[in-house]
Design a binder for this molecule. Structure first.
Ligand SMILES: C[S@@+](CC[C@H](N)C(=O)[O-])C[C@H]1O[C@@H](n2cnc3c(N)ncnc32)[C@H](O)[C@@H]1O
Length: 276
């Protein structure tokens, strides 16, 4: 055990894999779903009043009468998707959390909403000229390494019809954390594991071109050691624009958040609206 643990204690190589799944883990996804459904929480999704404002704003800049077909990437339990449907869009949601997709499908049946949900990694999707709007909301684009972001961008571009819009938000460098190391004992179990566990959490910064950040959580129980590596990146408007321009988008608009706030120099997020 000590031997195995000592292997985790140095700074990991860039993009070293962890041992555990994150979004699709049977226990973690339970806590994630609860966090999504709490209207006042800002953890897994934003507070639900923000979701309402966000969908209102998107319905203004891409009205469902002209932009009918919407693809919501990383749709989670469908909180945006059901609001988009309510606003008049025809919606497909994609997510790779089994628990979230099962919940979203159940809700759609209960509420008699004709929304399609797919359990899929969006890096493997293959749509062509099908959507008027593609959304990827709550800063998930930037968790991917640049190579994967470019693959995803091209898939999104291909999925859009001409004049279709890609709406995406990212964190700005103001959200980078300081390097740190903390540990905590969860006697009754908790977010990472249902058994009593200790979580050793470290934040590492890398000086690669993409200024990558890693939040690493090592979860120790009596019997096991798991390691979760959560990578992240941060964008200025210029960095986001340069990257988006590698696909063939024609129109570029920037806002301060995914509800259309005005962009400022000191904001925590940037939301881009990119037109094919
Ligand atoms: C931060 S949550 C945001 C959920 C939703 N967009 C919202 O704002 O309410 C990110 C979601 O993206 C999903 N996700 C992350 N990477 C994914 C991938 N490569 N393919 C499909 N879904 C992914 C996760 O399972 C999770 O439900």
């Amino acid at each position: 055990m000590i031997q195995q643990l000592s292997g985790f204690l140095g700074k990991p190589q860039l993009y070293a894999s962890g041992t555990g799944e994150f979004w699709d883990d049977a226990h973690i996804s339970k806590g994630m779903l609860e966090a999504h459904l709490d209207p006042q929480e800002d953890g897994a999704t934003r507070k639900h009043e923000f979701l309402d404002r966000s969908v209102q704003w998107i319905s203004k800049i891409a009205p469902p009468a002209q932009y009918k077909y919407l693809l919501d990437l990383g749709c989670g339990p469908g909180l945006y998707a059901q609001r988009f449907h309510e606003a008049g869009y025809s919606v497909i949601g994609v997510d790779f959390s089994r628990r979230s997709i099962a919940y979203a499908k159940e809700q759609a049946i209960q509420q008699n909403r004709d929304i399609e949900y797919h359990y899929q990694n969006y890096l493997t999707m293959d749509y062509e000229n099908q959507f008027d709007v593609v959304t990827l909301i709550y800063c998930d684009y930037a968790v991917l390494p640049k190579e994967d972001r470019l693959v995803l961008l091209n898939k999104i571009y291909k999925a859009l019809r001409q004049n279709g819009k890609f709406i995406v938000d990212v964190f700005t460098p103001s959200m980078r954390k300081n390097e740190s190391r903390t540990w905590q004992f969860y006697e009754e179990g908790g977010f990472w594991c249902e058994k009593p566990h200790i979580c050793l959490e470290s934040v590492y910064q890398y000086d690669d071109e993409d200024a990558t950040e890693l939040r690493q959580c090592i979860v120790l129980t009596d019997e096991s050691i798991d390691c979760y590596n959560i990578w992240d990146h941060f964008f200025s408007k210029e960095k986001l624009l340069l990257e988006i321009q590698t696909a063939d988008f024609n129109g570029f608009e920037f806002y301060g958040d995914a509800a259309g706030k005005q962009l400022t120099d000191d904001g925590e997020t940037i939301c881009g609206v990119f037109t094919k």
